[in-house]
Design a binder for this molecule. Structure first.
Ligand SMILES: [Zn+2]
Length: 181
């Protein structure tokens, strides 16, 4: 079972955080952090939402999120079939939407539909801070940096690892040069 920490919730939007429930989303779809119904329930608890839905439903919804947010972060048109399925997933009697357009779940039954509504909100009314993917792990985040140039989900993890790799790359370069001479 996954122990969720604040480091799993760095995206700036709960729908993106939900999309980021894989350890390494790209390039090879790393290990799935939504590995059990218990992990799903505790994810909702950490996100401050009522828990509900099955693991299969959650993963299916998440795969829709990947397609929508991948397109968004690439500046491409949204895949219309995924958007249609997201609308279907959002349909529920157990959700409420306030005057500001913020959805919430009235019970566990409305948990996944609420996430679907949050994703639709992000898809149809994109914030001024663009949706980006981490260069290293593929996690999504809202780019709140001043220059809109943020490249990593987190400087503590991917940012530092990317730096370390660059240094190692530099060492290799030196080695290559010295063996050649
Ligand atoms: Zn990352």
């Amino acid at each position: 079972m996954t122990t969720w920490i604040d480091g799993h919730f760095i995206a700036g939007d709960v729908a993106l955080d939900f999309a980021n429930t894989v350890f390494r989303r790209t390039p090879e779809q790393g290990s799935d952090l939504l590995d059990s119904t218990e992990s799903l329930a505790s994810w909702f608890a950490h996100a401050g939402l009522p828990a509900g839905g099955t693991l299969a439903e959650a993963r299916e919804l998440r795969s829709l999120f990947w397609r929508i947010f991948d397109a968004q972060s690439e500046g491409a048109d949204l895949p219309i079939d995924a958007l249609g399925n997201l609308l279907l997933a959002a349909r529920s009697d157990a959700v409420a939407v306030d005057a500001d357009g913020i959805p919430s779940a009235l019970s566990g039954v409305g948990a996944l539909p609420t996430l679907a509504l949050r994703a639709l909100r992000l898809a149809l009314k994109p914030p001024s801070r663009p949706v980006r993917t981490c260069d290293r792990c593929g996690w999504f985040f809202l780019d709140t940096s001043r220059g809109r140039r943020r490249r990593w989900c987190s400087m503590q993890t991917c940012g530092n690892q990317a730096k370390a790799e660059r240094y190692r790359g530099r060492d290799h370069g030196v080695l290559k040069t010295s063996t050649r001479s």
